[in-house]
Structure formats: structure tokens, C-alpha cells
Write a protein that binds this ligand. Sequence first.
Ligand SMILES: [Zn+2]
Length: 532
Amino acid sequence: MGTLWFGGKIRTLQHKKDIKEAVFVQDGIIKGVGEKSDLENQFKNSILEYKDLNDAVMYPGFVDSHLHMLGHGEKLLRLDLSHVESIDQLKAVLKKASTNLSQNDWLIGEGFNENLYPDQRIPDRLLLDEVTTEHPIVLTRVCRHALVTNSFGLQLANVDAETLNPSGGVIVKDSFGVPTGYLLDQAQELVKGILPKHDYSYLMRALKTSLHDLWRHGFVGGHTEDLNYYGDPVSTLQTFYDVIDGEKVKFRADLLIHHEVAPEIIVENNKCKNNPFINLNSIKIFADGALGGRTALLKEPYWDDPSTNGVAIHSYETLLKIVENARKLNMPVAIHVIGDLALEYALDALEKFPVQSGKRDRLIHLQVTSVELIKRLKRLPVVLDIQPRFVASDFPWVEERLGKERTKHSFAWKTLTDAGLICAGGSDAPIEPIDPMLGLHAAVTRRKPKENHEGYNPSEKLSLFQALRLFTEGSAMAICKERERGLIKEGYCADFTILDKDLFELSPDEWLNVNVVMTVVDNTVMFKRNSK
Ligand SMILES: [Zn+2]
């Protein structure tokens, strides 16, 4: 028995202008796409339910091709205090957050800035005690060089009137010699050192928070890299299986495995109960750093600091060895490459140790390229994971790092696409915001929302259709599933992102006001916006 979706535009993304009237789904698979009356005739004995789109617009389900789901969840869990503008507001925000805590939880807030308060008063222990004495509180200052804690926090840290300043730090004390709770520089470690470590319940909370936010933004899946940052990698893997049960909780999670933990994770994953929503995808390797801190590995020195050309995370020989080892595990690799020399090293490794046939490697970020390197890329079975939003965030300072000439070949999404290379779209959340509308906007305009110029390197702008394909078909190709995901087409998975507007009829700045109406994974509604 199946479901007939109807009552709105269905943008299949098979072609730019392809719009259909209805979709029939059975057992999570699309069985027909076309006119409503035709599908009703064809499947008349199988239609169990009708789902009315109420004039909303259905797209193939969006998938973020590169993010860190746990990191994104963590970012949402932490209390952001950077916009608080008075002590009263601070107290109110903390009070509200304190009601959600379980026993033994710390209340952790980030980024308070007393310069925004009318009285510029720095919060102290006594003020925080008014919020709660049952939980330790720690608030870091926006500069990260100071924090404030409550009396409970000081007690757990064993800081009292007798405690001497540690070297490089100050324990601020009042006129009676009693600590105020304000700890500067190295003194912060007295509290930071006793903060709870990432335990299983924390990971569960972070992952669930992340998932809800992903669904809310229309995502049906993500290719996520988390398995080496939270203590035991096996329990991090287990968290995914425990949260995404494939029955009530559906989300297409394709996991990248940091190369250091790959053998262990592959063995453990084989022991896990089969779950079609969770797949190990590829082995993650870092080849270099990033342009911001001048650690992306460049062939020629940085324009604004000729003393360096960046940092190779591994020696050339080690990088080759890691790729060779991945092949022994029968796995594709996903290499973080930002600079052109890092890309050259990665290409050498992929050419020397090619991926097993039928699979694809991936190169992540690919910010600085060249005509020569693109020629080599074209000869390989490789997918490029690009994050359009970095253009909005990193320009114009990219030009200072690279100089005019190299900037022309950087973040060159149109050149890569036109060369026939497979590109997939992601956010790299929590580094960039998760919202796919921001990703689409950056790909199409190459500027920040509300800015008013023709964009950075405007010849590299993508069309909306190309940008949408990054987050749908591109993401499917990155995991070699383009014959079952990424389009609304017969035989494909019933994963849909349903928006209240047709993006093709709006200007890019208007996309930012478009709402997700429903997120559907395997024909199951995982998110539905409350109607007003
Ligand atoms: Zn990343």
C-alpha cells in the first residue's frame, strides 16, 4: 500500500524546468511521477493515503555532503551569550537554561561581553549564585581570555581565599580577599580542567540536537565526519546507531572515518546490526590546514607573508602511505585539500594507489586550483566536496593571502563544474551555518546576503539549478548512489525537501525567507512546520 503526494509543484531536478503534479511512493521507493489522474489510474488499488502539499514545492531531499554532525549539535547545545545586552538579560537567559539541566550538569555559556551592558558590569560569583547554587556555572568571556564561575564552580575547583595565582593567570579577589569567580588567562584552567568529559549521554544529546536542526533545515541526510574527536571512537559510532534507529528516526548518515581509527571502526561497524540509514563512506585524511591561518599548503608562498607557503599535515611519503593503507581496507579516501600543493600531493597519491573500480574518492574543500591540476582531476574517479558558503565568509581577505592571479583559480566552482567534474555541496558545519539557503545563495551570488555587488569572481557563479544539484545529485554521486538518490524519479528513494516557495521564481535574497514545510525521509515525515 502506498502514498500519493499531490497538490503542489514537484521539481524533480531531472531537468531544469521539469515540474510534475504527483508522486506515488510504495515501501519508501518512488513508483511513479507524473499527472495525478494518470497515477491514480495506474495505482488505483495501491493508494492507501493521499498527502496534499497544499501548494508547497517538493524537491529531491537535500543532503549536506560535508559536515560534522556532532560538532554542529555541540554548537547548538552551548549557550551563546554574545548577543546579551544587560546583566538582567544575562540572568534571565541563564535562569531559563538552568531549568533544562539534569543532575550533575554544568551550565556552560559562551561569549559574554560586558562592554555591551549599560553599566559594563562584569558578572561575578554572587550574581551567578542568584541563578543557581545547585549546578556549577561557567561563562567564558568573548575574548576567551577570562571566565566567570559561581560559588559551586569555585568549590569544585578548590579555589578559595588561600589559593595563589597560578603562573600566567589571575584569580580576581574582592576587598576581603575572597575570589569573585572571575579567572583570567591561565587561572581559567583551574575550572576548565574539571569540566565533564564527553560521555555517552552528552554525545546522544549533541547528535539528537543536530538531527532536529538538520531536519528543520530540510536535510534528509549528511556525510559527516566525527569519529575521532570524542574519546572512544567506537562509542561515537554506537551513538549514531542508537540515535538513528531507522524506524522512528530516519536520516541518511554517511560516515567518514578518520584514518587513525579506520581499522578499528570498520571491524566494529561489521558487528553493528544492519541499518540501511548508516553507512561507512570513506577514510578521512587531512593534507593541509586552511587559508585563514596561512596553513593551507601552497606551491608558491603566501602573498601577504612570503616567509611561508603553509603546512603539510603529513609528509609526502606518509600521505602516500595512508592512502595505500586505505586501499588495503578496500576503502575510498576523502582528503582535505585547500592549497594547490596539497592538491598536487593528493593527486599523486590517488594516481599511484587508485581506488577500487566502481568507487569514487573525494577531495574536500579544493579552494586553490590551477588549469594543470584540473586536467589531472578529470582523469580520476573523484568527487569534489565544495562549500559554496566559504566564498561569502572568506572573501575579500582571500585575495590578501593569495594575490590577484591565484585568486582567479580559487573557489572556482563554475570552472570545476564546466570541466565536467562531479561536485557535491556542503556547509562544513559547525564552521559555516547549516542553512542550505545560505549555501545556495553563496553559490549563485558569491557575496554575503544583503551585500550589494556583483560577487567575488563573478564568472564563477553557478545557476540555481547547478547549485541545487550540488546538494542533491552531487551528494548522491559522492557515495555512488546516484541511481537511487538525489532526484525525484521512478526507482529512487522517497526523500523529499518541501519548501513553501518555488526558489526558481524568487531572487536569491528572497530565498533566505523561504521556509521548510516538511522534511521527508523514506516517505516518513521527520519534520513538519506548525501551520500558523
Ligand atoms: Zn570539515
